[in-house]
Design a protein around this ligand. Sequence first.
Ligand SMILES: NC(=O)c1ccc[n+]([C@@H]2O[C@H](COP(=O)([O-])OP(=O)(O)OC[C@H]3O[C@@H](n4cnc5c(N)ncnc54)[C@H](OP(=O)(O)O)[C@@H]3O)[C@@H](O)[C@H]2O)c1
Length: 434
Amino acid sequence: MSGQATDRKPWRIGVAGLGTVGAGLLSFLAGNPAFAPAGGLVHVHGVSARSRSRPRPVDISNLVWFDDPVALATWDETDLFVELIGGSDGPAKAAVEAALKAGKPVVTANKALIAEHGRELAELAEEKGVPLLFEAAVMGGVPAVKIVREALVGDEIRSIAGILNGTCNYILTEMEATGRSFAEVLAEAQRLGFAEADPTMDVGGFDAAHKISILAALAFNCAPNYAAAEIEGIEGVDLLDIRLCRDLGYRIKLVASADRSPDGVLVRVHPSLAPLAHPLAQAGGALNALFIEGARTGRIFVQGPGAGAGPTAAAVAADIADVVAGPVRPVFQAPASELSPFTPVDPSKSIGRAYLRLSVKDEPGVIAAVSETLAEAGVSIESFLQKPVEDAQGVPIVLTTHAVAESVLKAAIERIADLPAVLDRPRLLRIARI
Ligand SMILES: NC(=O)c1ccc[n+]([C@@H]2O[C@H](COP(=O)([O-])OP(=O)(O)OC[C@H]3O[C@@H](n4cnc5c(N)ncnc54)[C@H](OP(=O)(O)O)[C@@H]3O)[C@@H](O)[C@H]2O)c1
């Protein structure tokens, strides 16, 4: 725990919504109260959900319970309000408005709320001088909002296009892989928990439209305008189209895009063809992926988990860290005087796979000698390749190893280099752990 963390009384967080994301956040904060680089300790003080008696994956017995999220939002012991209920209107909106009116910082994962009421909520937050942050609302664990809102303000974003709904991506991926219909795969996704009981927001393209509307507002310095989005979902995607597109070298993805032209901004969501080798076509299963094109930076691509308790709670926690840090964060992840020393690890102890290229004499028994030497040294071969090319130096042979300690590998290389049939020092390349 940093010294700075103890300087200030802990931040008392009020969390409304204890479902997938809320429970994930509580679980993280319970074990990591000092996670924020600056600003002090963070702990959940009050909670609200629909049912007090529902069993939860986290212990809430020591937290103050509120039946009404508005009461939690305005409670004088709530320093920061986190809204994880969902929905563009109703209790989520009422609670966020109440918290902002009461001058409390707000963090939310609610894309529908920000896409549909972002402007009025921003006016309220600015009037009260408090932050309203929503990193988790777009792409869950992938910091798309921070990239567009902060990292690229020095550029001029021209267009954004991506896969912003994991449920649709999962369904399309499975349809292509298994040859099953939309209805069959949707039913399975619902059984596995990848799709809601009412899947309309996802498969109808509305969830992706909320997210791209938010990114468009941040990218093009305008108010979010969800109502202007042109939206088509994946319900009409036919297996026949998936097959025919594949034959043409394309894959069908639900692509959300936002483009700026001299005439204005076009925000669209619709099933679109991506060339098979394109990173968007390669992002399978429930992954999210996003391209951002800037006038000066060129193209940026990010990909990752767009939903789930862990990734989404991590994004909410990042916003909480921003709020508690205040306007000036430490240069690194703690005040410089409190940074832990860097502890270097001895590289010879690292373990990984390797590629070795040898130049050997063209005579019988060479490969056996190399294999035996490696085995004796404790290195196990994964694959062997002998190219039928002979140059002045001899015959090149190439092998890859299974995972081995660097020190063992280096000792083995010395022994191979000493073999009479080996003409040169073996060439070592590490196989990346990616
Ligand atoms: N799930 C994800 O992976 C993900 C990813 C990115 C963003 N988000 C966003 O995060 C938010 C929460 O999503 P979620 O998946 O965690 O939803 P969820 O699992 O459906 O949980 C919703 C929670 O809100 C509570 N709630 C409903 N009505 C309420 C009311 N009137 N007063 C107080 N609490 C109420 C529910 O209470 P009960 O538990 O008692 O029913 C439940 O705990 C949504 O805005 C969603 O779009 C989710």
